[in-house]
Design a binder for this molecule. Sequence first.
Ligand code: K7E
Ligand code: CUA
Length: 675
Amino acid sequence: MTEEAVEGRRKWLSTPVLILAVIVGLVLGVVGARFGFGVATGGNLAAVASERGLSGEQAEAALATFVPPGEHDEYLLFASGGHSGQMHVIGVPSMRLLKTIPVFAPDAWSGYGFGADWTMELLEHGSDPAKNDPLLWGDTHHPALSETDGDYDGRFLYINDRANGRIALVDLRDFKTREIYDIPNLQTSHGGVFATPNTEYVHISAKTPSPLWEPDGFAELDEYEEKFRGMSTFLSVDQDTGHFIADESFQIELPPYNQDLADAGKLASDGYAFINSYNTEMATGGILEGEPPLETGAVAADFDYLHIIDWHKAEQVVAEGKYVEHNGMRVITLDTAIEEGLLHFAPEPRNPHGVDISPDGNYIVVSGKLDPNTTIYSIERIERAIAEQDFEGHDPFGVPILTFDSVVEAQVEVGGGPLHTQFDGDGHAYTSLFVESAVAKWTLGPEAGVSEGDAWELLDKIPVHYNIGHLATSHGDTVGATRDWLVAMNKWSVDRHTPVGTLHPQNFQLIDVSGDEMRLVRDMPIGFGEPHYAQMISVDVLENQVWATYPEVGMDTLTKELSPVATTYEDARIEDNGDVVDVYMAVLRSHFKPDVVRVREGQTVNFHLTNIETAQDATHGFAIPGYNAQASLDPGETLTVTIDADRTGSWGFYCTEFCSALHLEMQGWLLVEPG
Ligand code: K7E
Ligand code: CUA
């Protein structure tokens, strides 16, 4: 954001309710200062504020977050869509929804999962190959932007499927999902995704342990300790394409605890990965068998374990061949991980949730949802304790547990139900308080540039509405976190928005963190699948990398290369090869060439469609009634829609995207003659 704007927001007045005269003065003052235009124009603003009953504070919040028509936001927020299986792209500070990216679930608008072969193939990943039964949903939780030197670089975006243990890659040139990878030896996932500082790897770990070594994947729950295991996965990333390279990836076997959130070390802690855990009690539930509910068993102990993984060391261990191959993945067994000293635990107050590394990389912040404190470990203390073998014991599997007092740097009492922490690069941390429905702002320590006297202090708290989960600051997971905006991602909205039935929207709240005190400036109802985490990236980083149209006509969405089946207008044709008919179709305003396609019942028809347009927004659709087929072609894009012509009839296909004055005329015929 511009310095002027920051300055404008820092000048915030604090009086909550002001009389009209003050509103007038305030609004005029702010508008005058920021835009430098005359009082005559400002007179209307004061009248509007007064007519609408806005306080001075509300009027200023509106101005501070208003993005004029035709202008762009400063940041983009990439928010997971929870069990909608999608991702949402939101402008900050306007909080306008710009796009939904379908990832694990079909989306009719973009034709994802409704015809184009590439979309059907992607969605097959993770489906049971023995059944013709595609897995059509996911539960996206934690997006991770790719990083260079520890900061978002705007190339790729990764997201986990918490439900099915999968991970997806989105290419940020065209904002399309490009790969879904069903990770071996993981049933579910939560810990990740995070990218290592140069996206050498993206990390994803299990949530629920599973009997992953059993041939049929089954074991009784009374064999839990013996047969169930967790898994931490480091997926190697191809730097040119962002794709996962399975052959260069590895996993580390973990005890059957619930491995929860995770983060990558950076700068001082580069080379380490941290994963929280809960249910180190290994409770399995079984109420009808007379056992306590899982939740009771899982909170019995005072401490769980922060997992500290030295992934540089893990790379060496793999290079030395000390792994076993399991379901196509190189796995460092738990015994090897212990022997090689690449896995340590540190006690963490019971049932923690978030673990977040400060921008300087020195501090590891853990929030225990049942403890009003955040617990801060330092990498220096951790490294010293490991070197000195300063252990307070071992877990039942032999993993050394570092001495709590040796590795903990500080604890800060932040309030009820702390979950997640973000940073602003100015030595501040912001922690979401689920139980208290608030955000706490507090200071880090000297390694983050805070003086001894000011370190580890609670500075400010702001109520949010309601039940906040994650929160995201701008570049908040990176070495380059900025002190601009914070988005609180609230699970409940209760009465904040106009009633829309019994399923309420969740609520994003935009908080200005540029001043000494946090200011709530905007609510955004989220009327679609439940976001968990989000990352916020400066538009400056993305702007030059995002394509307005495909740079060459005939480009394949997945490979970003010219497709062998792309066609020009001149070459559009139909090739009847007996069982298979190949239709090479050019798509443009406002017709299809060819527009009459004649086939016989029982033939397979491949529609190779090329949108030969080069103008921004000249998108066309291709929908065939009765065949559950709808594709969307961006300018320059090529894709193939394959159908089995098993329904005879004279089917009128048409363009679904309102593309021109003659959009309605953009139609044709698929004649399926009885065979
Ligand atoms: Cu706290 Cu899945 Cu990150 Cu939801 S998790 S809030
Ligand atoms: Cu093409 Cu409507």
